[in-house]
Design a protein around this ligand. Sequence first.
Ligand code: ARG
Length: 456
Amino acid sequence: MGRFDTPQDPLFQRINASISFDRRLWPQDIRGSLAHARGLRRAGVLTDEELAELERGLEAVAGELERGEFPFREDDEDIHMAVERRLTEIIGPLGGKLHTARSRNDQVATDVALFVREAAERALGLVRELMGTLLDLAERHADWPLPGYTHLQRAQPVYLGHHLLAYFWMLRRDARRLAAARDAAAAEMPLGSGALAGLNWELDREGTAAELGFAAPSPNSLDAVSNRDAVLDYLSAAAICATHLSRLGSELVLWSSQEFGFCEPADDFSSGSSIMPQKKNPDAAELLRAKAPRVVASLNTLLGVLHALPLAYSKDLQEDKEALFDAVDTLETCLAAANRMLEGITFNRERLAAAAADEFPAATDVADLLVRKGMPFREAHGVVGSLVRKALASGRRLSELSPDEIRAESELLDDEYYEVLRAGEWLESKRSPGGTSSARVREQLEAARAVLAELG
Ligand code: ARG
């Protein structure tokens, strides 16, 4: 190149080149270049014929990339230079006019923003699908009791539909965050900022922004070329979403163990063991658990790259891409796999019911009974604690304590005690909005339907 005497050291090329990974930005790069060429025409930099020729050339390059026939060269540094190099090979020196009034700094920022917008839209679609599957599953298991847990100790029974819907609402928040990331990526168009200070040309940036689907041109050229906030928005939404999926995966791993026996993955979504023929492993659920930290690491990588980075563009910013691409691929695989896994899962009603029939989780309900009869909750908590201790010590259920035994703990305890302990009562007593009683779960299912319809 012009100002250098010696060719680049191969090791410099190795650390500097991004072509091995940023080649996947080619569709965005071509779109950006087409829009830029039209902007150059409007500014009078190109004639109609030149624009037509550039468009033809860019379409030809896109065709080669699309078909996997693009002749990449050893010394292509990044996708932007490779496209321009090939364009010039195809249409001649006119190709060199495309980079008028453009820097790779505003070019790459624009490409990445376009990429994030599309990735966020795809993730949103996948989140919606998963929400739909969860909702169907919740509807089909709306009245299947199972134990709810705190500290992974049986706490209070809930309906399986209620439990599954917990993930639905998590994903709804993910959908909101992804939509915000998509909108952030479409808010400000960096193109037209030049290397950092703006351009010597009066381009119609509004027109180009509209063509590329941005709300407006970026208001500050320094910020524009070094802004990766939309990538951060996407990565943090993705990290949170993947973390949600890891919780789902973790529960399914537990639940499909013989110890729980609550569910079983479909045959085509589990693996056997090469040595233990009896085994059926929930690998996909385990991987949902383990993929999340990788997405979180991508977020961390970019936060690290941006940390204390002075304005404006520095080559550090090239490190945004691998983190982004890996997160995009990982999240999309996880969302799709979670969806398929849930579509094929089966729950074991008997095992769930047997676990939920454990009476001790109803202890809170007995305490509430005492409260309704006028005892302060703290005192009731103590009374029921004694009852639990008595039952445990003699290997009985709470309902197997005699009327005399219960009255010995409190005069207020009568036949209603046994009623409260009847199976099902505990669940149906959770009538507060958002609670697990059938009526509230039905309400929730309806609300979830409406949310899903709204998400399109
Ligand atoms: N490959 C570079 C990146 O991804 C493109 C921008 C290069 N700009 C520069 N001034 N060297 O960031």
